[in-house]
Design a protein around this ligand. Structure first.
Ligand code: PMT
Length: 265
């Protein structure tokens, strides 16, 4: 709560790093290594083109529990969202990265909030939304969750596992794009296995987005991969195609958007 208060007040939190603690425990709680601190401070002092702007990125999957052992999830690794967040930080923005469960350390020089479920992701997004200039929803948020979460592990023998009642999750990016404190720019993703163009444009309008990044995730593409191919679709300009590593695509995406982001803010 104290950290979130400082973030809401506009402070950049550096660390903590994970590792062996003085008390013998292992986990988050160490001061960053001096080099990492220097790197983060250099980034903040080197006024990049996004200096003074706050960027919020959602990344990764969400896990929707069924019982203490099982959950509903998806194949997102967080790589795309982390690459976007790291690039925004490199450009001098104050970055808040909100991620579902992934196996990656947070990129340097940004504030990373780790959540599990769609509800927790929504809560984290809304808590720090005021003052955000650019929101990019790269997270693969589960659209539904099990209606009932069992306290006990469900047993095939005595519980009915043949069908699971599901409840719709909140649409996080729609709540952002229709929020009284709406960021100046809201960009979403569309992950489809067919009719990509039509479905992406439908989401662009239905979710009240400024742009949508459409990616074809059929045949095992994109999810958890180092490379991607996607298309930036707006309301007026021509579509812009990107292909390459997720880091390269993140850099080229900001190259395209920078002049507009600076003007809109
Ligand atoms: O994480 P990686 O392994 O690198 O994979 C990258 C990716 C495939 C996850 C990424 O490129 C991507 O496509 N992310 C969006 C995946 C997704 O959920 O797409 P969608 O079409 O279902 O959602 C559309 C938009 O609404 C997205 O911006 C999503 O973040 C948002 N959404 C969806 C559902 C929901 N309940 N809340 C949301 O905010």
């Amino acid at each position: 709560a104290n950290i979130d208060t400082l973030v809401t007040q506009g402070h950049l939190i550096l660390g903590p790093a994970s590792g062996i603690q003085a008390c013998g425990d292992i986990g988050p709680g160490r001061m960053l290594e001096p080099n990492d601190l220097v790197h983060a401070l250099e980034q903040q002092l080197a006024a990049g083109p996004l200096a003074g702007q706050t960027v919020m990125v959602t990344a990764g999957p969400t896990h929707e529990p069924l019982d203490p052992v099982r959950y509903l999830a998806n194949r997102s690794s967080g790589k795309m969202g982390f690459a976007i967040a790291a690039e925004a930080a490199r450009l001098g923005a104050r970055v808040i990265l909100i991620t579902g469960p992934v196996h990656m350390d947070a990129p340097r020089g940004l504030h990373c909030i780790r959540v599990e479920t769609a509800d927790q992701m929504l809560e984290a997004v809304l808590r720090d939304l005021s003052g955000v200039d650019l929101f990019i929803g790269a997270a693969a948020v589960c659209d539904v969750r099990p209606t009932t979460v069992s306290e006990e592990k469900l047993k095939k023998s005595k519980d009915d596992l043949s069908s699971i009642a599901l409840t719709e999750n909140p649409d996080i990016i729609l709540q952002v794009s229709t929020h009284p404190n709406r960021p100046a720019t809201v960009i979403g993703f569309a992950a489809e296995t067919s009719d990509l163009d039509a479905r992406a444009r439908e989401k662009l309008d239905r979710k009240a987005l400024d742009w949508i990044i459409a990616n074809d995730v059929s045949q095992g593409q994109v999810f958890a991969k180092d490379h991607t191919a996607c298309r930036l679709i707006g309301h007026s300009a021509e579509d812009i195609h990107f292909t390459g590593t997720k880091e390269t695509v993140a850099r080229e995406l900001f190259d395209q958007l920078l002049p507009i982001l600076i003007e809109r803010t």
